[in-house]
Design a protein around this ligand. Sequence first.
Ligand SMILES: [Zn+2]
Length: 702
Amino acid sequence: MLRITLIACGVSFLLVLTAGCRRGQEAAHSSAPAPRDANILLITLDTTRADHLSCYSAPAPAGSRRYKGAKTPHLDSLSALGVMFSHATAQAPLTLPSHASIMTGEYPTLHRLRGMEGFVLDKSRPTLASITQANGFATGAFVGSRVLARQFGLANGFLSYDDNMGNQTEEDNLPGVFAERRAALVTDRALDWLKENRRKKFFLWAHYFDPHAPYDPPEPFKHTYAGDPYSGEIAYTDEQVGRLLAGLEQMGLASRTLVAVFGDHGESLGEHGEMTHGVFLYDSTLHVPFIVAGPGVPPGKVIHDQVRSIDVMPTLLAFLNLAPGQEVQGDNLWPLIQKGTRPRSIYSYSETLYPRIYMGWSELLAMRTGAWKLIVAPHPELYNLERDPDENQNLISKFPADAAELRKKISEVVGEQGRRQKIVAGPIDGKTLRDLESLGYVGGGARPIQLGTAAPDPKDRLDALKILGRVEDLLSSKDYARAARLMEQGLRLDPGNPRSHIYLATAYEQMGQYQRAIQVFQHALEVNVETDRMFSRLGIDYLHLNQMDKAVDAMARANRINPGDLNNLRNLGMAYVQLGRAGDAEKAFRAITAQNDRYAAAYNGLGLVAIQRGDMETARREFERAIEVNPAEVKSLLDLGILYRQMGNGEKALHYLELFTSKVPRGQFTDQLPAVREAIQELRGAARSNPATAGVYSLRLW
Ligand SMILES: [Zn+2]
């Protein structure tokens, strides 16, 4: 049996292969190589280009412009211990749809999680987690970003799903920036879970979001990769992967744990006119790392056949001798891993609906083999990947038969009607839908997304895309006035793009010009550009101007289009609280907990509703629940402190108010902090002089 020994060596370590003696014997059982009590560790690397890992750079000629990248000693060691796939392809260049394909073994057209905001994976679909859990495995997930929060459906089957981003705000203040947590925190939590579950058989998933923009690696990587912070994030992530693997080894689990590392998509870094990912289907964002190591995996092998994210699930289940669901579309790769048997399918389908949903441009569909890629777009593209891996020469007019064959393969995946399908985002899980209906939150206003209709080809909008990229940079460097000026130009170029309107409004919001932001959105609506995000932002702008009724109208409209935007529901609930509409507020907060029962701010809102009704006992319970699901929910610490103070319990009031001041992030609650500090002083004084009267004060904090 393969055995992995770890030798500590300064800050780094070496994984050394000590024996592989039963390899021949195992090869005879290619579908069931797992030892008894075998485990699975799945690591997904967000936004990680394969060619930026040092193990993938080796085949590139010296000085090749294709490789810049990071030093990744831990992933290099893992690939030396196992199999490295040189041509692994993602099914979508977006975090959520791509992870859904990894977990279900299905193309996005089948699992239906085809975009980000508002799309939810149906709970009835079998996943790696649901199948392993049903077979007695402990299942745990530790995700690095709000993008994979539990309400989007990937939590199904996980006994433990840790999507708590700590005290970072749930709100995405700038476009394209999501609440995330560092890799070190993901590793810490995953190791804690491993310690608790080490005696059970387990499926553990760790998701590292760090390489996603904005690129901001911690030291020493910040310094080492000062000129290339994206690679710095990858190098840092590699260090944390190493720490997780070291923990596995130290707990004596490495010899019976299969480790699989997969990227969810790459990053364009300026190639084809795209800076990040999501708009195009070139290999810059579809070519991802894929490494498998553990029992039964031949060491040091590089496999060049094309493999796909949908192959991960059936392959990992086959290792455990478990069957995937009936509808699985991926292949079990064990025969390929062990005997070099060619995969059943040489085709890989990918899609991005991102340009259609968020930018008013056409969606793109692609079919890729090892040799060719067809991209279906208003102006279709065909590339010979062997001769032209950078996809610069469109051969569509020279090879019509090859293009037609690949187009036929796309039709087989998306179905006859699929190209012109209407899709609707929203919770598709029956129970959640019924819960929302009973609260009056039916989401009946969802606008279907019509595919296959005339829209600009994303590659014909490169000038607009470039401006959006520059505006993102200006927004993140807080140069809002220039961002606004440039975005005004961009809007003239591409007036039908919802994103341009949102960026322009964001610049005005950041300068405190809420009335101008409102005008931007009103103008967009006049020209029929309309998304849920525009209404939710409009609502926030009205809140800033204290126009509460208009705020509520806009946020309720956003909710009808996309009931899955929990931040919008929270804002709506808080607006109802301010208006004294306790019943409506309660429904809004319950519509959140119906979708995500660990969303702390919703319990905090329910506490405030209870206070409006004079029910202090319920309020206390709700605030405590908020703190229980997220100990860093500082708003609830504050509210609980105030509540105890008003209930006359000075001791507990002091406890929670002190906890609040110790945990509140810098720059938040600045208006309330002086009053809180004053209250703490009074409570301390009262506790010393006369504990019985502590907490009886005239000052109210809310
Ligand atoms: Zn991603």
